[in-house]
Ligand binder design. Structure first.
Ligand code: F6R
Length: 249
């Protein structure tokens, strides 16, 4: 596992952004997994700037979102699908038919999960962007999720429901109580993982993710078992790590 700790947030965002832009430029087809949430927003701005400055095109990119709320249509103002569209996809030249996501409003969610799992099997993800949730989740794999799980519906834990208030919900009662997510097994099939974390509130979580036991009680710990993972942190998020374990940037 490569751990990089950046002095400045914009350098972290530029590193992740440029790593992915480079991959896209060097391949005829690239399949990228996107996370919602606040952590990758600077990376998405980097993609938009790079596209506007004609340094990269996303026409040959297939995009896969990680997760969604159950019960929200893709066009719902608080859906992750709309957040990704507003924060990134509507500002770059990605083809609409190449944007893939779980639809949390389907009547038969088992069928929807199977559809998405099969689609990912057919289009293996080259680089998956990840963040860590306040209960240690990755995507919406809450503590207790099977380490080899496929796409599935999940009851959201209280920490995840509370964190959703950062995503524009006015009242906690408005936050859906279930999510639908790529499973940990699905995520582990990606060829490369880029895990990002920023801020002091993530410091203990990052410590447990990197040094702790690999356990379904703390789903993000699974990244220790992935053969190709880069962890990109700011100084606060890295503050509980031993200096000899990371590279300073
Ligand atoms: C979102 C997702 C979540 C977030 C995590 C961190 O698609 O998969 O696991 O990455 O909850 O969220 P932020 O970045 O808002 O702290």
């Amino acid at each position: 596992m490569k751990i990089l700790v950046f002095e400045k947030e914009e350098h972290l965002d530029a590193y992740v952004g440029e790593t992915i832009c480079d991959f896209i430029r060097q391949h005829d087809q690239a399949t990228i997994g996107f996370a919602t949430g606040s952590t990758p927003l600077g990376v998405y701005q980097y993609f938009i700037d790079s596209y506007q400055n004609k340094k990269v095109s996303f026409q040959n990119v297939q995009a896969f979102n990680l997760d969604e709320y159950v019960g929200l249509k893709p066009e719902h103002p608080r859906s992750f699908a709309l957040a990704m569209k507003n924060e990134l996809f509507s500002h770059i030249d990605i083809l609409p038919e190449n944007i893939h996501a779980l639809n949390g409003s389907k009547e038969d969610m088992d069928e929807e999960c199977q559809r998405y799992e099969t689609l990912i099997e057919q289009n293996p993800i080259d680089i998956q962007i990840l963040g860590i949730g306040m209960d240690g989740h990755i995507a919406y794999n809450e503590p207790g999720s099977p380490l080899d799980g496929a796409c599935h519906v999940v009851d959201l834990h209280q920490e995840s429901i509370e964190s959703s208030l950062d995503y524009g919900f006015d009242h906690i009662e408005e936050v859906p109580t279930q999510g639908v997510t790529q499973g940990i097994g699905t995520i582990m099939k990606a060829k490369q993982l880029i895990m990002m974390a920023k801020g002091q509130k993530k410091a203990d979580l990052v410590k447990r993710m990197i040094y702790g036991e690999v356990t379904s009680d703390f789903p993000s710990s699974i990244i220790q078992r992935h053969p190709n993972v880069i962890v990109c942190l700011d100084r606060s998020a890295a503050s509980q790590l031993k200096e000899e374990d990371y590279e300073k940037r």
